[in-house]
Design a binder for this molecule. Structure first.
Ligand code: ADP
Length: 379
């Protein structure tokens, strides 16, 4: 559709070069779309719109030549005012937003998924044909379903936690030598039951964190965190597990200034990196370290580097997806829910940070987390 617009400046209020028939055909085309489509010129004045826009705004008014921000005032989900005129500024390229809300006259909130694409006519005779096309979709229903799903997961996982913890504790108690000796078959059955109870408990813990992170109501206990202490403490928590697997765990704490953030959530993300490094490294070492961020004032970059199985090019684009696990038999032979990195990514967002990784198949992987001081204004 955009290709049509790009080359047809007859869709604007500019002098018309192509025939009226063609213009009518295009109007009929965009009118048949269920998405709201608005074209604006370089002055952010509306040059064209379809019926879905009128439905969305619940009006019959003529919107032609009106200023986009007056017609379509938008806010973010957190009620910060968003100017479409600014989003369609002279330097803007393609913009996509899924966090916008249009508040109707009656005060109803309509969640909007917006894509803005530039129209470039490359016609020096009619530069006024240039502008932007805005495509908006009402996603209120799917957002509300997402919220209901998150609430459901949150309640169910919370309710399942206690009975499962009791089952897990009882099986491990039953396995104590004082209750034995067991027949080998009985011990095997109990061990299997215990392993599965632990897996379920992990899955439920992940689901609880996931639902909270998606609902945006994760509690953050913000206080100064000394990066070197965190690195030392994480390394000592996982050293025994690493050594049991014949791996060397190296800590590279750097004496950097503390930052104000949630130590608990930071730890959760790094623990996730470390648990993965332990799972996916058959031999060699794991190095956990921290350096100053090259881009963010008072920012830190934590890293967990391993010498393990690495990540293939085809897996690279998927590993942050919910429930994704590589098809690699070496991954499949370890337990996992495929939720860890997705949650880590969500938690990093809550800390105004980001995570990424570098890896080559069979050459190990390094996962990074960049975070800054949560009490510092964002630039
Ligand atoms: P899980 O480990 O439970 O499968 P994650 O979301 O933590 O789930 O990881 C998703 C996938 O990313 C893993 O299944 C694995 O394929 C890949 N992966 C993550 N960390 C590493 C690593 N350090 N080395 C190799 N592959 C990794």
């Amino acid at each position: 559709m955009l290709d049509i617009f790009k080359h047809k400046d007859n869709l604007t209020t500019a002098p018309v070069e192509a025939g009226e028939d063609e213009r009518q055909r295009l109007l009929a085309l965009i009118n048949s779309l269920t998405d709201a489509v608005i074209a604006v010129n370089r002055e952010s004045l509306i040059t064209l719109y379809n019926g879905a826009v009128l439905d969305l705004l619940n009006t019959n008014a003529d919107l032609k030549s009106r200023y986009i921000d007056t017609v379509m005032p938008l806010v973010t989900e957190k009620d910060t005012i968003i100017s479409l005129a600014e989003l369609t500024g002279p330097q803007s390229g393609i913009t996509k937003r899924d966090d916008l809300v249009y508040v109707t006259n009656e005060g109803n909130r309509v969640n909007i998924d917006l894509t803005i694409s530039p129209i470039r006519t490359f016609n020096p005779k009619h530069p006024q044909g240039d502008g932007y096309i805005l495509v908006m979709r009402d996603v209120t229903r799917s957002k509300s379903l997402d919220q209901q799903r998150d609430e459901f997961i949150s309640v169910v996982s919370h309710e399942l936690r206690t009975p499962l913890a009791i089952a897990e504790a009882n099986i491990s108690t039953a396995l104590l030598p004082k209750f034995g000796p067991f027949k080998p078959e009985t011990a095997e059955l109990l061990n299997q039951a215990h392993k599965n109870a632990v897996f379920l408990a992990d899955l439920i813990k992940d689901l609880t964190t996931l639902a909270r992170a998606e609902q945006g109501n994760l509690l953050l206990d913000i206080k100064p965190v000394k990066p070197a202490n965190l690195i030392e403490s994480l390394a000592s928590d996982y050293r025994a597990q690493a050594e049991a697997k014949g791996l060397k765990l190296i800590a590279q704490p750097n004496d950097l200034s503390p930052i104000e953030t949630s130590e608990y959530r930071l730890r959760e993300i790094l623990q996730n990196f470390l648990v993965n490094a332990l799972k996916y490294t058959p031999k060699g070492s794991i190095t956990v370290g921290v350096t100053k961020s090259p881009t963010r004032d008072s920012g830190l970059v934590f890293s967990v580097k391993d010498t393990g199985i690495g990540i293939s090019s085809s897996d690279k684009q998927h590993i942050f997806e919910k429930f994704y696990r590589s098809e690699d038999y070496r991954t499949r032979s370890t337990g996992g829910t495929g939720l860890g990195l997705y949650i880590a990514h969500k938690l990093a967002e809550r800390l105004n940070g980001r995570i990424w990784f570098e890896s080559k198949l069979n050459k190990g992987a390094t996962f990074f987390l960049e975070v800054g001081d949560l009490n510092e204004p964002q630039t």
